[in-house]
Structure formats: C-alpha cells, structure tokens
Ligand binder design. Structure first.
Ligand code: DX5
Ligand code: ZN
Length: 217
C-alpha cells in the first residue's frame, strides 16, 4: 500500500503544530522528521524536544530520519520523545548493525538510509534486520532540491532485493518527490513517498495528497 510521508522540513516553523494537524487531517500516513547535525550534512534542523512537543498533538506515526554522525548517541532520546520508526544512514556510523539492533530492542522500527551515491550492496547484509529502506534521491541536507533520476534503477534494484527475499519492508524515497516524479518512483517499486515542498508548500494539502494518490494508482 502506498504511504505518503510529509516532511516537516518544508513546513512553516512559526506554526509547526498547525502544519502537522493540516497534513494529519489531509490523510498523511506518516510524519517524516528530518534531523540534521551540521556535520553529517551541512545544515541544522531539530532535535528530540521538537519531536516530544509534536507527539502531544498528533497520533500520526513519526518516522525520524537521522542525518547525524554517530547516530547511536541519539537513539534513546528520540525514542523517549515518541519516535515510531528511526532511520540511520549507512554512511554515518561504524556500528550500524548494533545501532539497528538497539532500535529494535527498544521496541521500535528501524530504517536504513542511503545517500544517492551509496551502492545497495552496502546494506545487503542488513536487509533482514530493517523495517524500512530509505533511498535518498537528493544529497541530504536541504529540502526543495531536484530529484536525481539516476536513482531510479537503484529503486528498482532495491525492490527486487526485497521481493526476492520475500521481505515485508517499506521502500521509501526521499528528495524531490512531487507530482512530476512520483509516478516513476512508484513504478520503480517504492511504496513510501517522502514529500516536503510538494505537500507543505501547497495551500490545499488534502487536494495535493489526493492528486498524488490518483496519479500513482
Ligand atoms: C533532505 C530531507 C528530505 C527533504 C525532502 O535532506 O531528508 O526529507 O525534506 O524535501 P523535498 O520533498 O522538498 O525534496
Ligand atoms: Zn528526510
């Protein structure tokens, strides 16, 4: 089933709570929360305190995308704050396997994220351990960038790897997903669309989500 995960990086931060309610009421499936540390990516965003505050106002599942070095240091604080799915980058830690296990031991879902240039073979031995693969289709760090279409064969390959192993895991694509690129992303095999600007920059979010669902159905 297709899931749409609006990324709050593109929300109006002056009214973050209302923005989250806006996408919840419009039928979003997950809330994608981008965490950046100014080291792994050249930008800073938000931490567990924001997640904790938002947890009080919505029942949407929280999918936290950790773009930080040494993500193992932040697993517990983000889970305590109310995260449901926590994704770490394969490029960000020397102990990704252990980090994934800690997330699962805390009773939450674990995702593995890959930058556009990172090959899929780097996560081959983790496939059985994760609940989500998060393929970046822009260099991480900023919203509003253009989709890198060279990632499409990688999405197809990831879908093939998942299906061959008969795994029930989500395949998410993040970066530049909008009404022009969503169909090719879904046709390549993704079932989770992370969308920042293409959702939050729209006046009518309900219409935006419906159009995407119709487009790819
Ligand atoms: C980029 C983030 C994305 C970003 C997507 O580093 O991981 O989640 O918010 O934004 P759009 O959809 O505008 O490309
Ligand atoms: Zn993201």
């Amino acid at each position: 089933m297709l899931k749409i995960a609006p990324s709050i990086l593109a929300a109006d931060f002056k009214r973050l709570g209302e923005e989250v309610k806006r996408v919840e009421e419009a039928g979003a499936d997950l809330l994608h929360i981008d965490v950046m540390d100014g080291h792994f990516v050249p930008n800073l965003s938000m931490g567990p305190m924001v997640v904790k505050s938002l947890r009080e106002i919505t029942d949407l599942p929280f999918s936290v995308h950790l773009m930080v070095e040494e993500p193992e240091r932040f697993i517990q604080p983000f889970i305590d704050a109310g995260t449901d799915i926590l994704s770490v980058h394969i490029e960000s830690s020397r102990s990704v396997y252990t980090t994934i296990q800690s997330i699962k031991n805390l009773g939450k879902q674990a995702g593995i994220a890959l930058n556009p240039l990172t090959p899929l073979c780097s996560i081959e031995y983790l496939l059985e351990e994760v609940d989500m693969i998060l393929l970046m289709s822009v260099d991480p760090g900023f919203g509003g960038q253009s989709f890198i279409s060279n990632v499409l064969p990688k999405i197809r390959k990831a879908r093939q790897m998942i299906d061959e192993r008969e795994l029930e895991i989500d395949l998410a694509v993040d970066g530049g997903v909008n009404e022009r690129t969503a169909l090719s992303v879904v046709n390549a095999g993704a079932n989770v669309l992370v969308m920042g600007s293409a959702v939050f920059h729209k006046r009518d979010v309900c219409h935006a989500l419906d159009s995407i669902r119709k487009l790819v159905s």
